[in-house]
Write a protein of this length. Sequence first.
Length: 390
Amino acid sequence: MHRNLKIGYALAFINELYFPVAIWLLFFLKYLDFTQVAILGALTTVSSNLFEIPTGAIADILGRKWTLFWSFIISSIGLLVISTGSVFSIFAIGRIINGLGHSLLSGTHESLMYDTLKSAGKVSKYEQVVSKKTTLVWIGLFLSSILGGIIYDFWNVGPFVISAGVYVLAAILCLFIQEPEIDSETFSLANYVKQNTQGFYELFKNKRTTQITLLLVTISAGYFFAAKILGISQAEQYGMSGKGVGLLFGVGFIIAAIASHYYPVMKNKFGNLRLLAIATLLLLTSFIFAKFVGVILGSLLIITRIASSTSFGNAKSVVVNGFISSKNRATSLSTLALLSQIPFAVSFYFVGKYIDNYSPNSFAFLLGILLIVFLVPQLFLARKILFRKE
């Protein structure tokens, strides 16, 4: 158990040593317009979506170890392809490869950690584990944001090349994972096909899980839009350089790391559902008011949104893992990720055009209004679940 958790923590940290995290949009805008950049973002999302549930099923049937190994190898290849490009087609190929690598990781790492604890009868420690893991994630993002911005200003492709090398090291580390003992099924084509449907069953098996899932998907979609295209484009609108964007995001990431570290304390004081509500209010605030403030307040809204995402992510993880079974865990988490990404995948072209014609902050305002429209009726229907004691 202890070896798996240590490796899991290390992989969480290394995976976020993604040095293009704060400058990828600036890099692509050197060669492409905003609509093309939005298409690239969508290609990663669409390719990830196409593989999301199948790769979750692979992890549930074949195991976490090799799924994680290949996720890092494939992601490394995708980054190297991007680093060699200067035209849309090369960037598109790299993004599609990255989408496959991301889908292999999504859900698999989280299920490794949870099922390792479950195999040892230590599920009660999951809140502490997810808090520590997420803290390391944000520290990794902080370092990659600051360093990536500095590297980008004197070597444009450097952040992509260096991250590719780091991911190869992560793949080697995966070879030391011991597969947790869970109720896995023997691989067969029939079991594989069946497994692909189990994530939907777990998330929508009754009225309670359906209402919780739909709420989490809606809020997660908002955070996904922000991470995929809004945050960096807003910073670019403010005229920031690579170093400036890196610093802005670095501040948000380190605050998020602190918030994650104290997640168990906040959870005991407020409860997961209240933490989800607070994070949602901060997310909506960052969208609605961005259009009406200047650079300083706008930057603070971006930092607030980044910082709030850690409480949302930790609380969401604890809530969802509480009602899905081990044998379907990776599939279910992949399905949840898939559903959260679909809104961006189907609207990317219009999003890019809208930002090209207006501005990132104008789109943030529109997105905030749309989220409120979708959330209000859901909150009304789920009020009995949300306001009962946890």
